[in-house]
Design a protein around this ligand. Structure first.
Ligand code: COA
Length: 159
């Protein structure tokens, strides 16, 4: 069975989350967890960590992750980062379940008005399928084309 869990850095699953981030996201752009922490100082402890956990007979396995940086860059906004699904489990709806969990937390309990991400070109379609909108032109980040994409809190009152 697959569950989406919110974990802290003290959780035993955190090491698996970091391993997944290195395998799917960081190594491809010449980074590891140490250099990521240098690039984003203080972020790791401010993130809310969401993991997709498969209950394997030999123990729980993290097969997806997504991080929420609440109230960034200003109060009321938030950033989704480090969205990754194990290559062997992509296309099964795991990424969607992770983003839904992040949105529920951001727009429900935290009451944020909007969350955004820096989407890689290969992932534009994923966020579009989930109802996110383009919010910038193409820019380079880690040498890859990206666009900022956003989704607004559906409950937010528009004046
Ligand atoms: C992008 C990623 C997180 C998607 O996760 P996933 O679990 O494979 O996606 P899901 O199965 O939940 O897909 C949800 C929907 O998005 C669509 N989709 C998924 N990836 C897509 C892509 N790259 N392009 C277009 N559509 C995509 C699916 O077809 C599905 O559509 P449906 O609801 O009509 O069936 C995953 O492929 C991944 O980790 N990729 C490598 C790392 C990466 O690029 N991360 C994003 C950095 S910004």
């Amino acid at each position: 069975m697959l569950t989406i869990r919110s974990i802290t850095r003290q959780d035993p699953l955190y090491a698996q989350e970091c391993d997944l981030r290195e395998r799917v996201l960081l190594r491809e752009v010449g980074l590891d967890m140490s250099s990521f922490k240098v690039l984003f100082p203080d972020a790791e402890e401010k993130f809310e960590h969401f993991v997709a956990v498969f209950d394997h007979p030999s123990g729980p396995r993290v097969v997806g992750c997504a991080l929420l940086l609440p109230n960034y860059p200003v109060p009321g906004r938030g950033k989704l980062m480090q969205m990754a699904v194990d290559p062997q489990r992509q296309g099964e709806g795991i990424g969607r379940r992770l983003v839904v969990a992040v949105e529920r937390r951001a727009f429900g309990e935290l009451g944020l008005g909007e969350i955004f991400c820096h989407a890689r070109d290969v992932a534009y379609g994923f966020y579009e399928r989930l109802g996110w909108d383009f919010d910038s032109e193409v820019f380079l980040e880690a040498d890859a084309p990206h666009r900022r994409m956003t989704i607004r809190n559906p409950e937010a009152v528009t004046a």
